[in-house]
Design a protein around this ligand. Structure first.
Ligand code: FES
Ligand code: MG
Length: 575
């Protein structure tokens, strides 16, 4: 393998020349107490850190960044920490999704505008694996992803609690009067017991695994619990490895292939992963100039069995159990016949080489391919008069009885309308109704909030109703469950057919035939379309306004049109 010479490093243009600019660049390094031997002629490794005091999922990154640096120094590189937007799922309103593309843009520009030769990406909470990798793929420098890893299992009075899933479950129990306020309050202190990401098979676990399956982490990295001592060792190893990746010039363009993308989708499907993986992986693939659309997703989901028995698909296990059962390497080894084994990884070896021989220690958690939790990946892409450009449903989280269902719509104009009327005793709704939510798409939300698991009306909950058909242009949390049709495209805000539904209209969901239809005749729909007026725009300045101008629809990955594509951006001139 040919290795770069120090004069070929990108950072050489900043530090290695003998002009007035380099004088300034070097003198400012000395100002920070560094010696020329610390940085000159060495790969400069930008460590993009999404730590913040408002990101419990990334709370350990303040320490992990030091461990990454340790590895970089040891391997002869020069580490620099570059703080980036934390895009924290827990605190950002209206939704963190509104900021995924901002993180992508920030990552790209942090790398491009500064003397970086390679990157280490510290992320994990839902939007950060896609945001960081989208930006790093576009920046084009060698990079390695260090996943935050899941938190420990939750515990309440000796019962295991899972992030999100058990919040939804016990909140419904509370509303139905089956647990006390006091018990509910107690759970606050037990459901999140350590730093790290949600430990159900939610978006964070799905996306960290998908990034690993894409070859972008060290093998086995994505399932290590955040507080486990193996986690800082993995961080240090990642720091050591990136330095060699720079010398080897292992750029994303050389590494990523159609096989890498398909592997990410296959892993997410065998994992029973979050529906959020769909727009994220589509956006990531497009940044690499590779193919991924809803049909390809559906086709992979249809051929890959769901073998991870984790909540919310299963009833018992969490990510900690998954790690003890062998973790992500063993999981990928078990599904190897569904992977492109020739796809490259950050180690410079292939996926096939990296997973060979990894053992599963508990078949109840990571099942065998011939004894899956479900025969397919659990995601079905739907089309029909209500979703001309597609919609998705996570069948593994739905009530099988409802997968073929026709019922009258109960329409909510937006989330505020839903909150106002849902529990009204006079609301005309039965268990056969189809709950419809509008104004929850990429532009309508804005940012396509996770409102897709519409809560059930209280009067039905107390009757013991536990699931209903719900449809929207929203996303839903990977920890959610229920018969929820999501990501309807085009969205209601821009006049998609979802905008035309009226309460009482019949809606037909036919998952076996992949259909979602509004049973209203075409002439009537045309009449409604002619009368339809778009809601005025609430945001007229700033980031959100730019976002609204540029965001693409769910089937296209919700990237921003001006950030898409692989056209190279020029290297900055250094004067
Ligand atoms: Fe950060 Fe779930 S809130 S991973
Ligand atoms: Mg989530």
């Amino acid at each position: 393998m040919t290795r770069k010479r120090p004069e070929e490093l990108r950072s050489h243009r900043w530090f290695g020349t003998d002009d007035i600019r380099a004088f300034g660049h070097r003198s400012r390094m000395l100002q920070m107490g560094l010696s020329e031997s610390d940085f000159r002629g060495k790969p400069v490794i930008g460590i993009i850190n999404t730590w913040s005091d408002l990101s419990p999922c990334h709370f350990h990154f303040k320490q992990r960044v030091e461990e990454v640096k340790r590895g970089v120094w040891q391997a002869g590189g020069f580490p620099v920490e570059l703080p980036a937007h934390p895009v924290t799922e827990q605190y950002m309103k209206p939704t963190s999704m509104l900021y995924r593309n901002m993180l992508a843009m920030e990552t790209e520009e942090l790398a491009r505008s500064q003397p970086c030769d390679g990157l280490v990406l510290l992320g994990g909470c839902d939007k950060t694996p896609p945001g960081l990798t989208m930006g790093a793929i576009t920046a084009g420098l060698p990079f390695i992803f260090v996943p935050a890893g899941p938190m420990l299992r939750g515990n309440w009075r000796g019962k295991t609690l899972g992030s999100g899933s058990d919040t939804w479950k016990y909140h419904a129990e509370l509303r139905a009067g089956r647990i006390t306020e006091e018990a509910w309050k107690e759970m606050e202190g037990g459901i999140a017991r350590s730093f790290g990401t949600c430990m159900t098979a939610g978006t964070a676990a799905t996306m960290m695994l998908a990034v690993e399956a894409m070859g972008l982490t060290l093998p086995g990295a994505s399932a290590i619990p955040a507080p486990d001592a193996a986690h800082p060792r993995m961080a240090t190893d990642s720091g050591r490895r990136i330095v060699d990746m720079v010398w080897e010039d292992l750029t994303p363009a050389k590494m990523l292939s159609q096989g890498s993308v398909d592997n990410a989708v296959a892993a997410a499907m065998a994992f029973g992963g979050s529906t959020n993986a769909i727009p994220h992986l589509i956006a990531m693939a497009r940044r690499a100039g590779l193919e991924l659309d809803l049909e390809r997703f559906h086709a992979i989901s249809a051929r890959v069995p769901l073998i991870a028995d984790l909540r919310p698909n299963g009833t018992t296990y969490l990510m900690e159990d998954f790690f003890y059962a062998g973790g992500s390497r063993a999981f990928l080894e078990r599904m190897r016949e569904h992977l492109d084994l020739a796809a490259m990884t950050v180690t410079g070896r292939t996926m096939g080489e990296e997973i060979a021989g990894a053992e599963v220690y508990n078949d109840a958690v990571i099942r065998t391919l011939d004894n899956p939790l479900q025969a397919n990946g659990g995601l079905t892409v739907l089309h029909g008069s209500l979703a001309p450009r597609g919609a998705v449903i996570k069948t593994s989280a739905a009530d099988p009885r409802l997968l073929t269902h026709t019922g009258p719509a109960v329409v909510f104009e937006d989330y505020a309308d839903l909150k106002k009327r849902l529990d009204d005793p006079d609301l005309e709704v039965t268990a056969d109704s189809v709950l419809v939510l509008r104004q929850a798409g990429p532009q309508g939300g804005p940012g396509m909030p996770e409102w897709g698991m519409l809560p059930l009306p209280k009067k039905l909950l107390v009757q013991g109703v536990s699931d209903m058909v719900r449809i929207s242009d929203a996303r839903m949390s990977g920890t959610s469950y229920g018969t929820c049709v999501l990501h309807i495209a085009p969205e209601s805000h821009i006049g998609g057919p979802l905008a035309l539904v009226r309460s009482g209209d019949l809606i037909s969901l036919d998952v076996p035939n992949r259909k979602l239809d509004l049973l209203v005749d075409a002439a009537e729909l045309a009449r409604r379309q002619a009368e339809w007026v778009q809601r005025p725009r609430r945001y007229t300045r700033g980031w959100t306004s730019l976002y609204l101008d540029q965001v693409t629809q769910a089937d296209e990955g919700c990237d921003m049109a001006f950030l898409e594509g692989t056209a190279p951006s020029p290297e900055p001139d250094i004067y």
